[in-house]
Design a protein around this ligand. Structure first.
Ligand code: DAH
Length: 378
């Protein structure tokens, strides 16, 4: 087996196993405790979990392809500066990813990283020239079977010296990632490149694989922009590529896992199926327990705005992994007031949810929405 060169060390001075504690001072809007709790889990480091296995497989691919060139980082704490997360990566000031309805702000200039790309410039500044950085990322988002406020990404960077043209960089990038796709999905997998758009790369590309009758996007990548390399202190005769992929998305496609909450469950009926570490195992769903739906309708106060993600977050706050799906099913305006109706699907992962439990969640959700948002629950 190929040895993996791993650097388990932090950008900050704390110990590498330290869990970030909630920092003092104003946090607006505040990050739910349930999210802070999840910063401790680090599923990508758990070898029993398909996410941990997939990450290891990808690290092994890079170690094997370029022996000893790539350094692996997988234990960098998730609080990062807005500078390294956005500014250094040329993310425009009005980009939606900077908004407090998308990203969890710890303080004005600190966030729970919404992508692992946040570590590219700091690692380049430290002198690393080729690396893979894996970790947990955080986004305020909608709640459904494929979205969860915490997920896991792997980013990679490779730099090249003066003798390498930008065609060479792109050729190496494409060869490397096509090869990775073949390693994960099988030699015969169909792949194609489509144009992407990321603030930090030019050109930007997305890799799609033809899988079970459909083209599916599996990663984003491109040549790092000169401005990003300048921000990293890289001399003007160097170039480099970067890529980023979502581990949940990849694992869900590869293994046929239908519900993102499963990664967080300790249910042996789930974990057992991946024990052998075989990439080609197909997940066999165990019996699903019945779903219960409840609606919440409210008027939004005049002049106020309520972001959809706020509703999703409040629902998740109350019922956590018992929520399978939240969606807006109705919106209308009357006398310049706006009405919204959301349908919540509850489904317990490992038992039947009792009617009274669903009702209790429903009541608590209505109470929280009325108490915390500028709305009138109907
Ligand atoms: N950070 C991007 C995201 O979260 C993914 C990504 C795209 C990373 C292109 C990269 C890249 O390094 O080159 O969606």
């Amino acid at each position: 087996m190929i040895a993996i060169r791993r650097v388990s060390r932090l950008l900050s001075s704390a110990a590498s196993t330290a869990v970030p504690s909630r920092p003092p001072g104003p946090c607006l809007p505040s990050i739910p405790q349930a999210i802070w709790d999840k910063t401790e889990t680090r599923l990508h480091l758990n070898r029993q979990n398909p996410l941990g296995q997939l990450k290891l497989r990808i690290e092994r691919f890079f170690s094997g392809r370029h022996r000893d060139e790539f350094v692996m980082f997988d234990n960098i704490p998730p609080i990062v500066s807005t500078k390294s997360c956005f500014d250094d990566l040329l993310v425009p000031h009005d980009h939606v990813s900077r908004s407090t309805s998308d990203t969890y702000y710890v303080q004005k200039d600190q966030v729970l990283r919404p992508h692992m790309t946040a570590h590219d410039v700091p690692l380049l500044k430290e002198g690393h020239r080729a690396f893979i950085v894996s970790g947990d990322v955080y986004r305020r988002d909608t709640v459904d079977k494929t979205h969860y406020p915490v997920f896991h990404q792997m980013d990679g960077v490779r730099l090249f010296g003066p003798s390498v043209s930008n065609e060479d960089v792109l050729t190496d990038l494409k060869e490397t990632l096509e090869n990775l796709a073949q390693t994960l999905f099988g030699k015969e997998i169909g792949v194609r490149w489509v144009e992407g758009s990321f603030p930090f790369t030019d050109p930007s590309l997305e890799l799609e694989v033809y899988w079970e009758g459909r083209w599916l996007e599996i990663l984003g990548c491109g040549e790092l922009r000169r401005g990003v390399l300048d921000n990293s202190g890289i001399s003007s005769d160097h170039r480099g590529w970067a890529f980023g992929l979502g581990l949940e998305r990849l694992a869900m496609v590869l293994y046929g896992i239908s519900d993102i909450r499963l990664f967080w469950s300790n249910d042996s009926r789930f974990l057992r199926q991946f024990q052998a570490g075989d990439l080609h195992v197909k997940f066999r769903p165990f019996s699903e327990y019945p779903a219960t739906q409840r609606d919440v309708a409210f008027w939004i106060n005049k002049g106020a705005t309520v972001h959809e993600n706020e509703i999703h977050e409040l629902v998740k706050l109350v019922a956590d992994d018992t929520v399978e799906d939240v969606r807006k099913i109705d919106e209308f305006e009357r006398d310049s007031l706006v009405s919204n109706c959301y349908r919540i699907t509850f489904r317990h992962m490992s038992r039947t949810l009792r009617k009274e439990e669903a009702t209790a969640y429903h009541e608590e959700i209505k109470r929280k929405i009325a108490a915390l948002l500028p709305v009138e629950v109907r």
